[in-house]
Design a protein around this ligand. Structure first.
Ligand SMILES: Cc1ncc(COP(=O)(O)O)c(C=O)c1O
Length: 385
């Protein structure tokens, strides 16, 4: 199997696994308990919080542990919008956000808030002029992700941040895809979301960075955990594993990014050699080193993914596939691409375990699949949604 879907999830690194094991067995206490077993668990959580905060140049109490990147995004969007509602009910969200952010804003739009959707250009980059013009007296929150999960496109967060700061508007950024791949500069934002399984940590663990002093309303109700901001018994093992994985991810970060970018570009060169009509989706320049999003014209994402799977290559599409039809990626549609192009996109995302041999084999598999599929494929049916 050749795994080229690291933006979907990554395997747990060895040090992450080691860090988790003691808290699954002998140190199983509840971190809220006052006895020795509880104190052990509490101290593991405190250590993890200190380590993660140090990597990010944040203060430990600015991190709120959650059970996923989705939850961190939901907490940021709903929690910040509601806590600022007395000041205003206008919000701005970029059109290419992950559904965990997009759907949170859509929910607010149906519940008394006014949302402006921020356009992106054909490279996938947010329209800064529109942002500056859209901010009103009652705008309280802007959300712009640092790196897109489908295309890898990096947003100009420094510019977005200075516009927000100039108008006194809070800025949240979904940094789930960029942690350990770019510099997560928290000085630019007021809140940022992270997920452990995107950086070789366990699934089911994430956190929200929230700058000191910014009020947030909880979205879950229960105990007083996480400074009354996120109730629920902490997943101690996952939190310990997440901190260890973050450390591992930070090591050799620069070299690894160069290596992955070289392999990614080799894959692109091999693809264009056999499919000169292949189209690169997203800015080639402002992009994560590990991500390649390509449209193969006339071949639906679903057909291509299934054929690649049979060849042992795991890739992905941003679009939701349903039986007999393809729903085009909202990210690619927002970039102004046709439904046909948006429904024939494949995302290859590389990671620490990707080798040059794998890239060569994947390229050969893509060539075989394209020849076969283009010879035999009936025209795909594109859904209206
Ligand atoms: C950019 C981005 N945000 C949020 C998420 C959701 O994270 P999780 O899978 O931990 O819920 C993902 C996962 O695909 C993502 O890529």
């Amino acid at each position: 199997m050749i795994y080229l879907d690291y933006n979907a999830t990554t395997p747990l690194c060895e040090s992450g696994r080691e860090a988790m094991l003691p808290y699954l067995y002998e140190h199983f206490g509840n971190a809220s308990s006052v006895h020795a077993a509880g104190r052990e668990a509490r101290s593991a959580i405190d250590d993890a919080r200190d380590e993660l905060a140090a990597f990010l140049d944040a203060k430990p109490h600015e991190l709120i542990f959650t059970a996923s990147g989705t939850e961190a995004n939901n907490l940021a969007v709903l929690g910040l919008a509601r806590a600022s509602a007395a000041r205003g009910r206008h919000l701005i969200c970029s059109a290419t956000e992950h559904h965990a952010v997009l759907h949170s804003f859509e929910y607010l739009a149906k519940n008394g808030f006014d949302v402006t959707w921020l356009r992106v250009d054909r490279n996938g980059i947010a329209d800064l002029d529109q942002l500056a013009a859209a901010i009103r007296n009652d705008t309280t929150l802007v959300s712009v992700m640092s790196a897109n999960n489908e295309t890898g496109v990096l947003q100009p967060l420094a510019e977005v941040s200075s516009i927000c700061r100039a108008h006194g508007v809070l800025l949240h950024s979904d940094m789930v895809q960029s942690f350990g791949k770019t510099n997560a500069d928290l000085s630019l934002v007021d809140a940022a979301s992270f997920a452990a399984h995107k950086f070789y940590g366990p699934k089911g663990a994430g956190f929200l960075y929230l700058r000191s002093g910014i009020p947030i309303e909880p979205i879950l109700f229960g105990g007083a955990h996480e400074n009354q901001r996120r109730p629920g018994t902490e997943n101690v093992a996952a939190i310990a594993g997440m901190a260890a994985a973050a450390e591992w991810m930070m090591e050799k970060r620069g070299l690894e990014q160069k290596r992955e970018a070289t392999l990614r570009d080799q894959l692109w060169d091999s693809i264009t050699a056999v499919a000169p009509d292949a189209q690169l989706n997203g800015s080639a320049e402002h992009r994560l080193a590990n991500t390649l999003n390509v449209s193969f014209s006339g071949v639906s994402s679903e057909t291509m993914l299934m054929a690649l799977d049979l060849e042992g290559v795991c890739a992905s599409s941003g679009s939701a596939c349903m039986v007999g039809s393809v729903v085009a990626s909202h990210v690619l549609l927002a970039m102004g691409f046709s439904r046909e192009r948006a429904s024939s996109a494949i995302r290859f995302s590389l990671g620490r375990q990707t080798t040059a041999e794998e890239i060569e084999s994947a390229a050969a598999a893509i060539a075989r699949v394209l020849t076969r599929v283009r010879r035999s494929q009936p025209q795909p049916v594109y859904a209206a949604g």
